[in-house]
Design a protein around this ligand. Structure first.
Ligand SMILES: Cc1ncc(COP(=O)(O)O)c(C=O)c1O
Length: 399
């Protein structure tokens, strides 16, 4: 049959994430691949109580269509949380979306004409590239160091690139590297965005999962010109299956995002919005997040201790202060994809996400992203020990 799909489908290709999520579902594989929160902390019993409360208290309204922007009660609670984290916010400054992922799609739809430039970190969140690609952007990617996106390289890119529309950043416990942008860099980023008239997407689903160090204000805290679009999510602090996140931005931007959301899906699930709001009404979300932090710190420390004791010393890794991932760098001669497919999966039944897919341009092939939240402590011990031993063996004989 003659292909009649739109041209943009050329930019919509199967991704490593999809393959990896499928692999994560295989019973015989210990997967450090996905970005799954720890299932043992999902509040199943509490949600039963909340569901009954919502049915009793809200009844048919919870099963009806509601507003594109989200139910007012939930927007209010989100706004209060934003204000607490350092971003003055009213409920009108928030739109509820189906996870941060929908926010990324709607923002790209709002700003990007084919050929417009999006600046990202290098590496960056693969799901963002997947959301942006159908709008046919060009990318510039900015190297990172231990303080996040490098501002000298950002300034250079802004200077030499005329049609930059967006800077996309994951400043807190970055996906995939686990790195957090320093205070100075946040201020410098805003100054550059103001100077060059660019909009910033601050994508921060991991912000509240900090288990070490001192919290740093969001980039939006320093935003004096309304150029930061803040993306938050309930996926990592409550449950990703609810598909709830939010966009907070200046009114003119938010109203347009509302129009695009209406066209895309009318609204987020009324029932899920009432359930999230009901959970925060009956239970203490902050106490729940504290439990998440405690568990993830334990899992991260366990993983790092195994890397220290069982991995070759030439393997480098980040040691994040929060979030779900660490980033591993093998010596250059080891290709992460070949090692995964030819050795790690068949011999150790362990998986990670290969790093090159996180580069919008010029991939590096010797990195992998490792998730420590989704696996049990037993799986971390077994899987990471086998991983380290196999790596040592391969480095001895060559991969
Ligand atoms: C940086 C980043 N942004 C956005 C998302 C999307 O999350 P969700 O749509 O579940 O809110 C993720 C998920 O892993 C992420 O890591």
């Amino acid at each position: 049959m003659k292909e009649i799909f739109s041209k943009r489908m050329k930019y919509v290709q199967p991704s490593a994430i999809r393959e990896l999520l499928a692999m994560g579902a295989r019973e015989d594989i210990i997967s450090f691949g996905g970005g799954y929160p720890a299932p043992e902390l999902f509040p199943v019993e509490a949600m039963k109580v909340v569901f009954e409360d919502v049915m009793d208290r809200v009844g048919t309204k919870a099963l009806q269509y509601s507003l594109t922007e989200g139910i007012p009660e939930l927007r209010e609670k989100i706004a209060a949380r934003m204000a607490k984290s350092g971003v003055p916010c009213e409920s009108d400054d928030v739109i509820v979306v189906q996870g941060g992922q929908q926010g990324l799609d709607l923002i790209a739809k709002l700003y990007i004409n084919p050929g417009d430039v999006i600046i990202t970190e290098q590496p960056t969140f693969l799901g963002a590239l997947i959301a942006f690609n159908p709008y046919e952007p060009q990318y510039k990617s900015i190297p990172m160091d231990e303080e996040g996106m490098r501002m000298d390289a950002l300034e250079e890119a802004l200077k030499e690139t005329p049609n930059v529309k967006l800077i996309y950043t994951v400043p807190d416990f970055h996906n995939p590297t686990g790195i957090t942008m320093s205070l100075e860099r946040r201020k410098a980023l805003i100054a550059l965005a103001n100077q060059y008239g660019v909009v910033v997407i601050e994508d921060t689903p991991y912000r509240e999962i900090r288990y070490e160090g001192t919290p740093i204000p969001p980039i939006k805290h320093f935003d004096t010109e309304g150029r930061v679009i803040y993306l938050g999510s309930f996926s990592k602090i409550l449950a990703p299956g609810m598909r709830l996140g939010w966009v907070s931005a200046e009114q003119t931007i938010l109203q347009k995002i509302g129009l695009l959301k209406l066209a895309a899906d009318t609204q987020s699930s009324t029932l899920n919005m009432y359930l999230a709001e009901g959970y925060m009404r009956l239970y203490d979300l902050d106490a729940h997040i504290e439990d998440i932090r405690t568990l993830y710190k334990k899992k991260k420390d366990l993983m790092v201790s195994i890397i220290q004791s069982e991995f070759p010393a030439s393997v480098k890794y980040t040691n994040p202060e929060g979030g779900l991932f660490l980033w591993m760098t093998f010596p250059e001669e080891i290709r992460a994809e070949a090692f995964l497919k030819d050795h790690l999966i068949p011999k150790a039944k362990v998986a990670y996400v290969v790093g090159d897919g996180f580069y919008p341009l010029s991939p590096e092939y010797n990195h992998c992203r490792i998730n420590y939240s989704g696996a049990s402590e037993e799986q971390i011990i077994k899987g990471m020990t086998a991983f380290g031993h196999l790596l040592k063996e391969q480095m001895k004989y060559g991969v």
